[in-house]
Design a protein around this ligand. Structure first.
Ligand code: COA
Length: 163
């Protein structure tokens, strides 16, 4: 397994987090939605627009040269500006992506665990996320304690307790 480190996300990470939103939108092998197309879609842009807002928190995985290779972060949404994984006001939604060359080497799981710890320390009781049907990431989420609380439009909404 290649060595990586994890640090908190900072305001300058906005462009990298946008890259990870593009990876998440293209999770199907061969997915080729170009970056500008993905980021012009309000359903995707909402996860990174204006990064880093006061309540936004994230973690970034770095390779041995300090280059970002993956990130997980959360963001709060209002009920009238809900994203795919919205369950309630005050329950932040998690987004995650890892660069293709770095997948299946444990980065995603470490990022999930680190972000859960960050959310717990910030006082949140739950984390939510949205995953499209067929994405193996759902089994990663289940193994990290997320359970499906709703389904629709080809997606599952999942929540984990941080208690
Ligand atoms: C989903 C994603 C973030 C997971 O990160 P990762 O670094 O690849 O995950 P890990 O290496 O920590 O693996 C986590 C688990 O998933 C399994 N896994 C990894 N890649 C897999 C694959 N292609 N198919 C099936 N299972 C896989 C691993 O075996 C591991 O389980 P284990 O610990 O029991 O062995 C990453 O693959 C990714 O960015 N995918 C594309 C974007 C995406 O789908 N984002 C999520 C949108 S909801």
């Amino acid at each position: 397994m290649a060595a990586f480190t994890v640090r908190p996300a900072i305001p300058d990470d906005g462009s990298f987090l946008a890259d990870m939103v593009v990876e998440a939108a293209n999770w199907r092998s061969g997915g080729t939605r170009p970056r500008p197309t993905v980021l012009a879609d309000p359903a995707s842009r909402v996860y990174v627009a204006g990064w880093q807002r006061p309540a936004d928190r994230g973690v970034v995985a770095l390779d041995g040269d300090g280059r970002p290779v993956g990130a997980a972060w959360y963001r709060l949404f209002a009920a009238d500006a809900a994203a795919h994984g919205f369950v309630a006001v005050g329950v932040p939604e998690l987004i995650i992506g890892v660069r293709p060359l770095w997948r299946a080497q444990g980065v995603g799981r470490v990022l999930m665990q680190s972000l859960a710890e960050t959310a717990r320390a910030a006082g949140f009781a739950r984390l939510a996320l949205s995953v499209e049907h067929g994405n193996f990431a759902e089994s990663l989420y289940r193994s990290e304690g997320f359970v499906v609380v709703g389904s629709g439009s080809g997606r599952d909404t999942m929540v984990r307790s941080l208690g």
